[in-house]
Design a protein. Sequence first.
Length: 306
Amino acid sequence: MIAALHAVGRTIPLAFITNQGADTVSVVDLSTNAVAQTVRVEKDPAGVAVDWRRRLVFVTNSTAGTLTSFDADSLKTNTSRPAGNGPLGLTVDARRGRVYVAEWHGDAVAAYDAVTLAPRGRYKTGRAPSGIAISPDGRLLLVANRDDDEVQVIDTTSSLTLARISVGKAPFGVTISLDGQRAFCANVQSHDISVLDLVGMRVLATLPVGHMPYAIAHDIQREHLFVTNQEDGTVSVVDLEENAVLKTLTVGDYPEGIDISQGLRRVYVANWFSNSVTVIDADTLEVAGEIATGDGSRAFGRFILE
């Protein structure tokens, strides 16, 4: 169904939700808010990222220690390969055709070719690298080193570390603004987020949110951040103009991954313990629905393709 509609020129907005307990990815049709198909992957999938240019989906399988890619339209697996010790966070540079994978137990980030998954480089990081993000031009790679309480900034062209920015306790999810000027980091154990200036390589603000913030989505239209708070079962909406929490929304149990569709004006939250995705209206800041997915929905990364 998905491939057929895309073939006649109708691009369907899709979300790819990793289900760690089921070893699957739920493919959610965002035009209907329903799971259209389910893709089986390897053991304990957690991280996910999409390549909008090649319409590819990448998944890290933490226990299997592998990186898997599949076609977003046919849903056929392209390839799978070993991806270091404890692969978790990942990000895609669609313009240059690179996939970057953080090795949780390997204290490194590895780069792979987006099509073949052939190795294309390796970067030494701090301890327990978790979330990673790439700047729009592909030059800056940001790594949240959880056990060092820092965000490391790597120049992918020179492989040099440009900065190590001290943030809150146990940073995890990290997001870069579309203009590449700022980044946002969720600090799990200090229950706050850090707003970073990527020009001056410094912290602009530290903002308290809910208990155990995990990941962040940035709404560029309204300058809001949506932050998942794991143990509260909530999402904090942060107003970046006021540097304060504007609203707190109750979602599913133990929310983790989060992403935003700027076109649909919807935010999607993966709830690990509820096996679901909560839908939030980005304009009214109200919960707009819930989608049943699979066992242990985590979706750590940018999982929307539109």
